[in-house]
Design a protein around this ligand. Structure first.
Ligand SMILES: Nc1ncnc2c1ncn2[C@@H]1O[C@H](COP(=O)(O)OP(=O)(O)OP(=O)(O)O)[C@@H](O)[C@H]1O
Ligand SMILES: [Mg+2]
Length: 276
């Protein structure tokens, strides 16, 4: 079923998933990269964007060379098509670098041209996955506010949980129209993961009146750091590991719910709108 705001005939573009967290180091990049591969394995066209303006490292997890990013397009040294890296299973990877911030310095014509190119990328994919930086600063929040779904990643650590809640609070305060889901990563057991999800969802429901869905539970699994060391995405190097199996389930669930697009229009234009 389409969202009431979307017509049957209008090409609605990719479902945009922002993968974010309040606290750093909770597993966003590994989840984003491997989820993108899972979705590609399910015959989805996937664009993956590294939107961590500080220390993005999708290239390390995917073992791709990313010498050029959006800033090089903005400075005129590269065309957008030239900075798209083809990753595993055809996932198209684009590194944002500090590019989005630089959009402010472009003249209107240049900016329109670039946004047209980015929106074309968005339209031709089934999923656009954004790996954001951590924290509630405006660049991270802008990507989330413009997305259809935000997966807020937390671990069982109390600080990660508190920061995840802070992120949900900021999204709610800005009237976020998309769907917020919690992904609990590095849980020691399924029951611990579920408890953490419930605790955050209960508080968000009670104090923010904001529904928060269960995005998935991923257990602590040595296969993940081992895969990073080998520079081989874990879903390809250890497809039977608990982390890979759970992530595949999340991917399957997302493809089933794909039509739940909440927002219409150009994603990148919305990011710019929220950014400035
Ligand atoms: N389920 C897991 N089990 C064990 N280790 C994990 C798991 N998920 C992630 N890690 C490890 O945690 C570390 C941080 O992961 P990652 O870089 O994906 O986090 P991040 O949230 O993207 O960090 P940042 O906020 O710095 O961008 C990595 O060393 C990774 O191998
Ligand atoms: Mg990261």
């Amino acid at each position: 079923m389409l969202h009431p705001g979307l017509s049957e005939t209008e090409p609605s573009g990719a479902t945009v998933l922002a993968i974010t967290s309040g606290k750093g180091g909770v597993g966003k990049t590994n989840i984003a990269a491997n989820l993108a591969i899972c979705l590609a394995g399910l015959h989805q066209r996937v664009v993956l964007m590294d939107a961590d303006l500080g220390l993005g490292n999708l290239d390390v997890v995917l073992n791709i060379q990313s010498r050029h990013h959006l800033a090089h397009v903005i400075s005129g040294h590269r065309e957008l098509e030239q900075i798209i890296h083809i990753g595993p299973l055809g996932v198209e990877v684009i590194c944002g670098g500090s590019g989005i911030e630089m959009l402010a310095n472009m003249n209107t014509f240049q900016r329109q041209r670039l946004l047209d190119g980015l929106d074309a990328l968005h339209r031709r994919a089934d999923f656009l996955i954004i790996d954001t930086g951590a924290g509630i600063q405006s660049n991270v929040v802008s990507f989330c506010l413009a997305s259809d779904q935000t997966l807020v990643v937390t671990t069982p650590e109390p600080t990660a949980m508190t920061d995840a809640y802070a992120m949900i609070k900021v999204l709610a305060a800005n009237g976020y129209a998309g769907r917020i889901s919690i992904v609990v990563n590095m849980a020691h057991s399924v029951s611990e993961g579920r408890l953490i999800y419930r605790q955050i969802a209960d508080v968000a429901g009670r104090f923010l009146n904001c529904p928060v869905y269960e995005g998935g539970l991923l257990c602590r699994d040595e296969a993940v750091p081992n895969a990073v060391r080998k520079r081989m995405p874990v879903v390809l190097g250890s497809p039977k590991s608990p982390f890979a199996l759970s992530l595949n389930e999340i991917g399957m669930r997302l493809t089933r719910g794909k039509c739940q697009k909440c927002q219409r229009g150009g994603f990148f234009r919305k990011v710019v709108h929220w950014f400035f």
